[in-house]
Design a protein around this ligand. Structure first.
Ligand code: NAD
Length: 294
């Protein structure tokens, strides 16, 4: 049994992916194409505003164009749909991202359905979700599960045949993650709040992906010796020493049993935004039919 797990460094991986994206953006720009990403923020949720600022900054840092639309929280749904239609038709824009969550009067699915699937860099459109579900490789893959897969491949070059357990089945993380792993040849168990014994399922996992939004849910005793554990959770908690961010995994306990584990922060988080840039590059290539190797 390993004494202490290898740390899977998402910050380093994200840096190298971002660097590769920047190089490929430069190549596209030599061909007269500058990838453009439109980000739409409705309302004034402080966490969303921070995420959007960071996306804008990183998009520009890799040489892409950033188009940021900040709308008031009382924006009618029809106005938001009009804006998306305009962005769909705009030749300078290759990726469209609507920051979630949306205010309660706006139907999330109506908005996601309105984004052109080829510009859907979040991979949430039903066409892209459907392609992933049936094992097609020509759709946009949601950024967080894509980031998890890249990190997994760093420590497990061959995923085929491994037993993977995913905790959490949201459309943003858990479900697409399970489909990606299935497409990689894993045997996949997708667990959720109604699962009778999540710990027992987790103990069978060679690969354990945790995206439940529950601080320190996964204890050391849940982890099979030698498993690879990816912690997607981002939970803001208050400790006696002040506020802090922890994952869904009890890192100190799990790292005794696991072969490799991602930290929080510095694990999956940085990969999500790097994969957004990668998806935007991909969308620009697909839309303009310019192919250059990455
Ligand atoms: P969500 O609330 O939409 O879904 C949570 C899922 O976990 C649900 O399917 C629920 O059934 C399941 N779940 C909750 N508690 C459980 C338990 N005790 N046992 C088994 N299943 C349980 O959340 P989400 O949007 O998928 O996000 C999950 C976590 O990942 C959150 O902490 C979120 O902040 C984080 N997140 C991180 C990134 C990133 O970039 N690192 C991106 C998205 C989400």
């Amino acid at each position: 049994m390993p004494e202490s797990a290898t740390l899977i460094n998402g910050s380093t991986e994200a840096k190298s992916l971002t660097h590769a994206v920047a190089e490929n953006v430069a190549l596209l720009r030599q061909q007269g194409i500058t990838p453009g990403l439109a980000v739409v923020l409705v309302g004034d949720d402080p966490a969303s505003a921070i995420y959007v600022r960071s996306k804008v900054r990183k998009t520009e840092a890799v040489g892409m164009r950033s188009f940021c639309h900040r709308l008031p929280s009382n924006t009618p749904q029809a106005a938001l749909l009009d804006l998306i239609a305009t962005l769909n038709d705009d030749k300078d824009i290759h990726g469209i991202l609507v920051q979630l969550p949306l205010p309660p009067h706006i139907q999330r699915d109506a908005v996601l359905d309105a984004i052109s699937p080829e510009k859907d860099v979040d991979g949430f459109h039903v066409v892209n979700a459907g392609k992933l579900a049936i094992g097609r490789t020509d759709g946009m893959i949601p950024c967080t599960p894509l980031g998890c897969l890249i990190l997994l491949r760093r420590v497990l070059p061959v995923l085929s045949g491994l037993h993977a357990v995913v905790i959490g089945c949201s459309n943003i993380v858990g479900r697409p993650m399970a489909r990606l792993l299935l497409n990689e040849g894993c045997t996949v168990v997708l667990t959720h709040l109604q699962t009778r014994d999540v710990a027992a399922e987790a103990r069978r996992a060679d690969i354990l992906i945790v995206a439940a939004g529950h601080p320190r849910l996964v204890r050391g005793s849940w982890v099979k010796p030698g498993a690879v554990v990816i912690d997607v959770g981002i939970n803001r908690i208050t400790t006696p020493t002040g506020p802090t961010i922890v994952g869904d995994v009890a890192f100190d306990e799990v790292s005794v049993h696991a072969r490799a584990v991602t930290p929080v922060p510095g694990g999956v988080g940085p990969m999500t935004i790097a994969c957004l840039l990668q998806n935007t590059l991909e969308a620009a290539r697909n839309i303009t039919h310019k192919v250059s190797p990455i």
